[in-house]
Ligand binder design. Structure first.
Ligand code: MTE
Length: 314
């Protein structure tokens, strides 16, 4: 994320639209055939790569969107514990041990302790939510996540009246996550939400995508998905959840508080100090799109920030 992005492509760089559309149709037909050939394509969804998740509910979220291909979602990743390169996490995270997986719950909460993932995230209550992910680096994807509302988990843990924020921490294990041996960030990766953001019905803990268990490079076995915030809030491979009275300091705020704020709401009007946030490139498309306030989820979440100066609280 600290790497400068290239500027807008010029018209000359853009393939004529008809040529591009033909090429895309051809590519789409090719990958659909390959999936059909594998015999594993159920309802044109499961890529047949990971273990299928059963019996999750479909929800209306994002039904009208064109999904980003599974291959792009799982081969173009930000997972700095493994690499700052986009393609390498898919290879380097392959052997991350994600089962058994425990999550420590602590701080301002009535039911602290060490929980098995399955005890914290009831696998019989999973839902599919198709959400946009807008990275702060100005690319975006549309991903069919499988998970449960974070609110469901929080209610069971019973935060005390002092709990104003929730802090999440990624696993710290430099043997498995080799980049934790360098000083890129002050590891482990930490992120946080205000309690009302954490309890918002759009916020989920995701354990899968495209109908299958979460690929390691996407944050297995469990990650946060907050669709109206920049991608970096969506912390992967969560090993600790702490309820706090004070606002948590995230790993990116520690690295550069001028560039990365606590709220990190998608906001086309507030530029990153080194680049504009007004546009984005959907992975798989050439032409840039206008970035939408709150990533297009304003109707649901704008009320959380009434009266706040979003230039100051970026
Ligand atoms: N979580 C951890 N632990 N480490 C990371 O490097 N990268 C973040 C976020 N969560 C990151 C992380 C960033 S910058 C983005 S854009 C998203 O994960 C990318 O998620 P994806 O690879 O599933 O698309």
């Amino acid at each position: 994320m600290l790497i400068k992005m290239s500027e807008d492509m010029t018209e000359n760089d853009i393939t004529a639209e008809s040529v591009y559309k033909q090429r895309r149709l051809f590519l789409q037909a090719g990958s659909a055939l390959a999936l059909l050939g594998s015999g594993l394509l159920s309802a044109a969804e499961r890529p047949g790569v990971g273990r299928p998740l059963q019996g999750y509910q479909k929800t209306p979220w994002g039904k009208a969107e064109t999904l980003t291909p599974y291959r792009d979602i799982t081969s173009y990743n930000n997972f700095y514990e493994f690499s700052t390169d986009k393609e390498e996490p898919a290879l380097l995270a392959k052997n991350l041990k994600t089962s058994p997986w425990d999550i420590v719950v602590e701080g301002e909460v009535e039911r602290p302790g060490k929980y098995h993932l399955e005890d914290l995230v009831p696998m019989n209550k999973l839902e599919e939510r198709i959400y946009r992910l807008r990275c702060v680096e100005a690319w975006s994807m549309v991903i069919p996540w499988i998970g449960i509302p974070l609110a469901t988990v929080i209610k069971r843990l019973q935060p005390t009246s002092k709990a104003k924020y929730v802090e999440f921490t990624t696993l710290f294990d430099p043997k498995q996550m080799p980049n934790q041996n360098n000083r890129l960030l002050d590891w482990p990766y930490v992120e946080g939400l205000r309690m009302d953001e954490a309890m918002h019905p759009l916020t989920i803990l995701a354990v899968g995508l495209y109908g299958e268990v979460m690929p390691n490079q996407n944050g297995a076995p469990v990650r946060l998905v907050v669709p109206w915030k920049y991608g970096f809030k969506n912390i992967k491979s969560i090993a600790r959840i702490r309820f706090t009275e004070q606002q948590p300091v995230s790993a990116w705020m520690k690295a550069s508080s001028r560039e990365y704020g606590f709220y990190a709401n998608v906001n086309p009007q507030v530029s990153h100090p080194r680049w504009s946030q007004a546009k984005e490139r959907r992975i798989g498309e050439f032409r840039k799109r206008e970035t939408l306030m709150f990533n297009g989820y304003g109707e649901q979440v704008a009320g959380l920030y009434t009266g706040m100066d979003l230039k100051r609280f970026f």
